[in-house]
Design a protein around this ligand. Structure first.
Ligand code: SF4
Length: 434
């Protein structure tokens, strides 16, 4: 990023040091299966088969809502008690379920076998199962292959956005190798709602970046090529393993803050443009209208949010960039920003712009964190569903962090909606007080 483009964000209020409070205790977060809720919408010819318990099935159904008319793109192969007791051959059972599914749904191009707590407890090797079943289904009736992949969404191993990271990591080896003489290309990494993805692709096109791919792609056949001429930019901050897998294949990460708000989005786009040596004046011309639109949208919310104190409990891994957005673009005061995992390199640009007094914590010890919320009494606490009701009962306004993952919040045209998500609970609280 050039100095002028880097200044798209306010100068760093930190002095480069970073103190982090490390917490290791009881966690209150969804497991990685939750990612299926947005991933199955994104990958239109993929199917997610959770190998899990009735609890896993209930979690998915209630998180995704019950789809009555649509043919769903996810299901749970239930592990019964006799399976857990080792009385049944789970592999043979799984083979039967997959064969039936693929015979009934020939449009499936990628099948994810998703591990859960029960499949881990009985040490069901889904990686091997994917290879074994994949070899049998190498060619479907239509002559196209069905790709069978496996990852874990278990609550023992993953918090909820890590499910996406695990899923995308399995896709990286499937990406074709770029041609030896390939021109530099860009891959945007992280599942975004289609409308947001289209906005970014249009802007990259206007900037003059000729070859842009997306991971995850909407269709199995559209996975972008990867190699040493590939530059990738993260759209989500929770993709550490995916990034590592891309780098193993030669791709180089573009360092940028995450695209939230007017300035965050401008700096993200400018960083991508700088990696492709695009003229700065042209970049400013392309970015200016959207940035201005976003700034105007944010102005509406400033009176409600400016000076308000906010705490994030660790949940989605979006906490650091969102706190940056709220502090630098809306004047909120982050008191504590907790995140399940802190990827310092990926979050460096956002971390540097958090106010120096912000307490940053990594990991979770829920009781200690709740004690700090009670002592701090922020105006707004962003937390998981299970913690919101008790805090509300204690007179603290809350925001469900899961809404921030499910809603379109990236980019210029969503900046106002993102601010609204924080303003609404404060407004509701004011109304209730009257
Ligand atoms: Fe619960 Fe584990 Fe299933 Fe997630 S994977 S729903 S934590 S049993």
């Amino acid at each position: 990023m050039s100095p002028a483009q880097a200044s798209a964000l306010a100068a760093s209020p930190r002095d480069g040091t970073l103190e982090v409070l490390r917490e290791r205790g009881q966690r209150e977060v969804f497991c990685g299966l939750t990612g299926i809720v947005w991933l199955h919408r994104k990958m239109q010819d993929a199917f997610f088969l959770v190998v899990g318990s009735r609890t896993c099935a209930h979690l998915l159904q209630s998180a995704a809502g019950v789809m009555i008319f649509a043919e769903p793109r996810f299901a749970t192969a239930i592990i019964e008690e006799r399976d857990l007791a080792g009385m049944a051959d789970c592999h043979a059972e799984l083979d039967r379920v997959v064969d039936r599914l693929l015979a009934r749904r020939p449009e499936i191009r990628t099948l994810f076998l998703v591990g859960s707590c029960p499949s881990e407890v009985i040490k069901l090797d889904l990686g091997n199962a994917a290879q074994r079943i994949g070899a049998r289904h190498l060619r479907s009736e239509t002559g196209e292959g069905v790709r069978i992949l496996a990852y874990s969404g278990s609550g023992i191993e993953t918090t909820f956005t890590e499910g996406e990271d695990a899923c995308l990591t399995t896709l990286v080896p499937e990406m074709p190798a770029e041609a030896a003489d390939a021109a530099p290309s860009l891959v945007m990494v992280g599942a975004l709602p289609d409308i947001v993805e289209d906005q970014f692709l249009r802007l990259f096109g206007e900037l003059g970046i000729a070859s842009v791919g997306v991971l995850p792609a909407r269709r199995a056949g559209a996975l972008p090529p990867v190699g040493p001429n590939t530059r990738y930019i993260l759209a989500q901050p929770f993709l550490g393993e995916t990034a590592r897998a891309l780098e193993d294949r030669g791709a180089v990460r573009i360092d940028a803050p995450f695209p939230f708000g007017a300035d965050g989005t401008a700096a993200w786009l400018a960083a991508a443009a700088a990696a492709f040596r695009i003229d700065e004046m042209h970049v400013n011309r392309v970015i200016a209208p959207g940035r201005e639109r976003a700034k105007r949208a944010l102005e509406r919310y400033k009176p409600a949010l400016e000076g308000k104190r906010i705490t994030f409990l660790p949940d989605s891994q979006l906490e650091i960039p969102l706190a940056r957005f709220l502090a630098t673009e809306l004047g909120m005061v982050p008191v504590e920003v907790g995140t399940p995992y802190l990827h310092r390199a990926h979050l460096a640009a956002d971390l540097a712009r958090l106010p120096a007094a912000t307490r940053i914590s990594e990991g979770q010890d829920v009781e200690r964190q709740l004690d700090r919320v009670r002592a701090d009494r922020p105006d707004l606490t962003v937390c998981g569903l299970g913690l919101a009701n008790p805090l509300e009962a204690e007179g603290l306004a809350t925001k469900w962090s899961i809404e921030l993952v499910f809603s379109p919040v990236h980019g210029f045209d969503q900046a106002g909606d993102l601010a609204e998500l924080f303003a609404r609970p404060l407004r509701r609280r004011d109304v209730l007080r009257i």
